[in-house]
Write a protein that binds this ligand. Structure first.
Ligand code: DP6
Length: 335
């Protein structure tokens, strides 16, 4: 059975690791999940015959083999651990249960996606969620949504949020086992926001020069990152409240503040700018139009050059009319 998941776009970004063993984030984040009708990752797990002397998992994405990296192994270890807990009444305290009877790993992971990979359109989030759901199907583990979100996080931090539709927050539950502390939960949104849509402006689909995991690690000890992390709780509260009260202007302001802050950290800590000059000029125009002509739209950038614009349909149409030469993908939000 094939599992399908959609990308999610962070409004308040996850940028920074807390603990590498559990791939926990250094802070919370809030995102909107897009509809899988437009952009998707689909993953299937097949049993593999070991007669050809290949042991362990293999993986292919869009028909090309990819190496099994630490993220996949962390996810498989997480499945072993959670499956073990499901069978035993008291969770043990170690991160990974050393058991001879882990779930079978002679598997082929076959994934397809129509999302440009590594260019800041959350391909890894959709891939992580689809892989987690596919493993849950294959192993018939039937984990609950919270557990699945924690497992997806082991593969890719942003992936935890793609387990849910709509607005999603990454939160910390202190009482849980370290593996299950950082989990995604859905958050409520004012009904006036159900007509929000998303327009992705494609500046470039070339793979980013520095993968986000590496970039995050380079940012870890930079003073600007420490300052950013200290601002996140207030931004999360502002974003959550704007989503719940339906205050578009406040939502737009806090989201723009956050992506600019994240990208300043990246630039200062790594010397790299994911956002192109053309992208900065475009998003300044959107901000200016919003403040001066009430254009109901705002931009955000993940770790890549492509601009994600959220707004009401009339505003997104106006943007397309003003910039007809750009290439766009129109997406619904999955409520
Ligand atoms: C910029 O989830 O790709 O998209 O956990 O190291 O796999 P890893 O990172 P990843 O980080 C993406 C961060 C971001 C912002 C976000 O989605 O919150």
């Amino acid at each position: 059975m094939q599992a399908i998941a959609a990308p999610n776009i962070a409004l308040i970004k996850y940028w920074g690791k807390g603990d590498s063993t559990t791939n926990s984030p250094a802070s919370g984040s809030i995102s909107l999940t897009l509809s899988a009708d437009t952009l998707w990752a689909k993953t299937q797990i097949l049993s593999r015959d070991t007669a050809n002397n290949i042991n362990g998992p293999t993986m292919e994405i869009n028909d090309s083999p990819v190496a099994i990296n630490d993220s996949v192994l962390r996810l498989l270890d997480g499945f072993d651990q959670c499956a073990y807990w499901k069978k035993t009444p008291t969770p043990c305290t170690s991160i990974v249960h050393e058991s001879a009877e882990g779930l079978p790993r002679d598997i082929s992971i076959i994934s397809h996606t129509n999302i440009p990979i590594g260019s800041g359109i959350a391909s890894s989030a959709a891939g992580a969620a689809a892989l987690t759901l596919a493993l849950d199907n294959y192993y018939q583990t039937n984990f609950d949504k919270i557990t699945l979100s924690c497992l997806a996080r082991l593969y890719s931090g942003s992936g935890a949020r793609s387990l849910y539709k709509g607005a999603v927050e990454m939160v910390y539950e202190a009482a849980a086992h370290p593996l299950l502390q950082w989990r995604a939960i859905p958050i409520s949104v004012h009904p006036s926001f159900y007509s929000l849509e998303c327009l992705i402006l494609l500046f470039s689909c070339i793979r980013k020069p520095l993968p986000s995991t590496e970039a995050m690690n380079k940012c870890a000890n930079h003073p600007s990152q420490k300052l950013r992390l200290s601002c996140i709780p207030t931004r999360l509260a502002r974003c959550r409240s704007a989503l719940q009260t339906g205050c578009f202007e406040e939502l737009a302001e806090v989201c723009e503040e956050d992506w600019k802050c994240m990208h300043n950290v990246v630039q200062e800590a790594t010397g790299i700018s994911y956002v192109l000059e053309e992208g900065r000029t475009f998003s300044e125009w959107v901000t200016d139009q919003r403040r001066t002509t009430s254009l109901q739209a705002f931009c955000t950038y993940d770790a890549g050059p492509n601009c994600v614009i959220f707004g009401f349909p009339a505003a997104l149409n106006r943007i397309r009319e003003c910039y007809p030469h750009y290439q766009y993908i129109t997406c619904k939000i999955s409520w």
